[in-house]
Design a protein around this ligand. Structure first.
Ligand code: ZN
Length: 394
């Protein structure tokens, strides 16, 4: 299921993940299609720009349209007309991020937040954790729901992605150390329940393509908790996710701690990542795949990537810039359109702006990771990294 290619650091490597819907050459950037759609972009365009797989969110598809609809359509790939490999996350992150006070997102960036923002008592919370699972309120209509490890496995089997994740508790950096310890123990117990339910569901549907189940390592910023969590996850998992509270400053060491403890022969996915330099950090320390919403989200905000850094195409300087986003970009947008046209589309609030900007940013990110993978194989990784980061961050 996973073959290791070139090992270039104690935990970093290239490889290939084999899935029933095709191979993924790693390291690989996995674009996010939260609701079974990469916002504004046709699946054919995602394939043309080199995306190897897409990741959808079980939580969103559970609420809308419902996993029974996706199952009846033949699974998330068939439903969204994406023939390649697919991932779904477990729903844990979205379910639990609603428990974190009024901040929609778990405290990936804790600057400017206080404890009260994240773990306030007395404020109305949308999610409540107990040892068996999580009660939560739909963000769509206020209806009440409950996710347990078994529910998450059943939902992800119905969604039918090639790679699925065990249900985990995602904490914030502001939870106390005793809470993190209890949470890691809870996530380990849930992992065993996910393995059992996944085995039962797989055996009950032998004609369906096998779904790889990844366990998730939590433990926040604590080395001992991360290492213990990684060591104690069940060996039955087909791969592993590294989740939870990660800050830019400690991303590399957290990934390394986990990868030093995890079985080397199985793939590892880093759940959520942000800036281009984080890609290098994650790959060097042992991440094989990683998902990221930033290229599409920033594209929809008119922030475009170039080798010389990111710029906003709505800036006045681009009004008469009859040139591509950057010379040398091989994306569809740059082959056919100019900065001036993108500037106009954003100013005029035309929907095509989102499509063209997203295609460019997704292609930029895919191509960067393709370049990293090639450089590792060629033995030129240090030069490639120094060259890219030197230009990107000036
Ligand atoms: Zn381009």
């Amino acid at each position: 299921m996973f073959e290791i290619g070139t090992e270039f650091t104690p935990t970093g490597r290239t490889g290939v993940i084999h899935t029933p819907h095709g191979d993924i050459a790693t390291p690989a950037f996995i674009p996010v299609g939260t609701q079974a759609s990469v916002k504004g972009v046709l699946p054919e365009a995602m394939a043309a720009l080199g995306a190897q797989a897409v990741l959808a969110n079980a939580y969103h598809l559970y609420l809308q349209p419902g996993p029974d609809i996706v199952e009846a359509a033949g699974g998330v790939g068939a439903f969204m007309n994406w023939p390649g490999p697919t991932f779904t996350d477990s729903g844990g992150f979205q379910v639990l991020s609603q428990g974190a006070g009024f901040k929609k997102v778990l405290a990936m960036d804790t600057k400017g937040l206080t404890d009260d923002d994240v773990i306030a008592d007395g404020k109305e919370r949308l999610a409540k954790v107990d040892d068996d699972g999580v009660d939560f309120t739909s963000y769509l209509d206020g209806s009440r729901h409950r996710f347990t490890p078994e529910v998450s496995m059943r939902v992800q089997h119905q969604l039918g992605a090639d790679i699925i994740f065990a249900f985990d508790e995602c904490t914030t950096l502001l939870n106390t150390r005793p809470y993190q310890e209890a949470s890691v123990a809870r996530t380990q117990a849930w992992a065993r329940r996910c393995v059992a339910e996944h085995a039962r569901l797989s055996a009950a549907a032998p004609s369906r393509p096998y779904q790889m189940l990844f366990g998730v390592v939590q433990g926040a910023q604590y080395e001992d908790l991360r290492r213990q969590a990684a060591r104690e996850l069940p060996q039955e998992f087909d791969g592993y996710g590294i989740g939870g509270a990660l800050e830019k400053e400690n991303l590399g060491q957290i990934v390394r701690w986990c990868c030093e403890e995890l079985p080397a022969g199985k793939p590892r996915h880093l759940l959520g990542i942000s800036e281009p330099d984080d890609l290098f950090t994650a790959i060097e320390n042992g991440a094989d795949t990683f998902d990221c919403v930033k290229p599409s989200r920033e594209g929809r905000n008119a922030a475009l990537y170039t080798p010389a850094g990111r710029f906003n195409v709505t800036n006045a300087a681009n009004r008469r810039a009859f040139e591509p986003v950057f010379e040398g970009c091989d994306c569809y947008t740059c082959a056919h359109y100019t900065r001036a046209y993108l500037h106009h589309l954003f100013k005029a609030k035309e929907l095509l702006a989102y499509t063209l900007a997203t295609i460019h940013n997704e292609r930029f990110t895919v191509r960067l990771v393709d370049g990293i993978r090639q450089a590792i194989a060629d033995g030129t990784y240090p030069d490639f990294k120094a060259d890219f980061l030197g230009r990107y961050y000036g």
